[in-house]
Design a protein around this ligand. Structure first.
Ligand SMILES: C[S@@+](CC[C@H](N)C(=O)[O-])C[C@H]1O[C@@H](n2cnc3c(N)ncnc32)[C@H](O)[C@@H]1O
Length: 233
């Protein structure tokens, strides 16, 4: 998997690139690169954005600037590029990122992530250069960098070798192993703390009962989420 992130703030990814699962993935042959729109802008003074037609506050990332950055990186017309590579525009109005989409993206050989800033993209970028628009939630961030990190994090940890224990990625929230439900609760030592005890079944050593209890907890959490609570109450 090769992930290219197009951004105005490549330095924002320095911390992310140093995280263990990311360094593991890179050591296993995967790649993460940042491309700065500003470095290839055809406009003078490093300009990358402009005022919105029709008026209004904020600046809009220009289509010619994004085209220049994509052409320089891939030596191809971005309109043709998207027929052979997944190009994702990160935007609050896109398809919501979930575990199914992460699985789908983790199976790709390469991803291009386009980060917006300010008021967002000139819509022609999304329409003609991107294969899709993806949102990480129904709220608005200042820029696409955190959204790109969220997406890349979720994708990279699915890749073989990224996590220390491969099993930890199999049975976790929203996985097929849990039928799409949230994961069950975990506890560790001490078994007693301020009178808060660990559920007895987890100390029983009875694997079948532990398994059944965990599935039940998972189902309860799914029902609670459907009712709009984060945990069963
Ligand atoms: C301030 S936002 C633009 C918001 C836009 N004017 C709107 O109301 O939809 C700037 C950039 O942050 C990124 N962004 C913000 N919220 C996001 C979200 N929930 N998911 C993905 N990207 C997001 C996008 O790349 C966007 O172009």
């Amino acid at each position: 998997m090769r992930i290219d992130v197009f951004t105005l703030f490549p330095e924002a990814f320095e911390w992310f690139a140093g995280q263990r699962h990311v360094t593991n993935a890179l050591a296993a042959g995967h790649a993460l690169a940042c491309v700065n729109y500003r470095e290839t802008t055809p406009l003078s003074g490093g300009q990358v954005d402009d005022m919105p037609f029709g008026g209004g506050a904020g600046m809009v990332l220009r289509v010619d600037v994004v085209e220049a950055a994509l052409r320089a990186r891939y030596e191809a017309d971005p309109v043709e590029l998207r027929t052979r590579r997944r190009v994702i525009a990160l935007t609050p109005s896109g398809r919501l990122l979930d575990d199914a989409l992460v699985d789908e993206l983790a199976a790709e050989p390469a991803l291009t992530l386009l980060c917006g800033r300010y008021e967002g993209f000139d819509e022609r970028i999304v329409e003609h250069f991107a294969t899709e628009a993806v949102s990480i939630g129904r709220y608005v961030l200042a820029g696409g960098e955190l959204a790109a990190m969220v997406l890349a994090d979720a994708v990279l940890r699915k890749l073989p070798g990224a996590l220390g224990h491969e099993e930890s990625a199999l049975e976790e929230s929203y996985s097929a192993a849990l039928e799409g439900a949230p994961e069950y609760p975990h506890y560790t030592r001490p078994a007693q703390w301020r009178g808060w005890s660990v559920p007895e079944v987890l100390l029983s050593g009875h694997h079948a009962r532990v398994h059944e209890w965990r599935r039940e907890q998972s189902r309860l959490r799914a029902q609670a989420q459907q009712r709009g609570h984060d945990h069963p109450v």
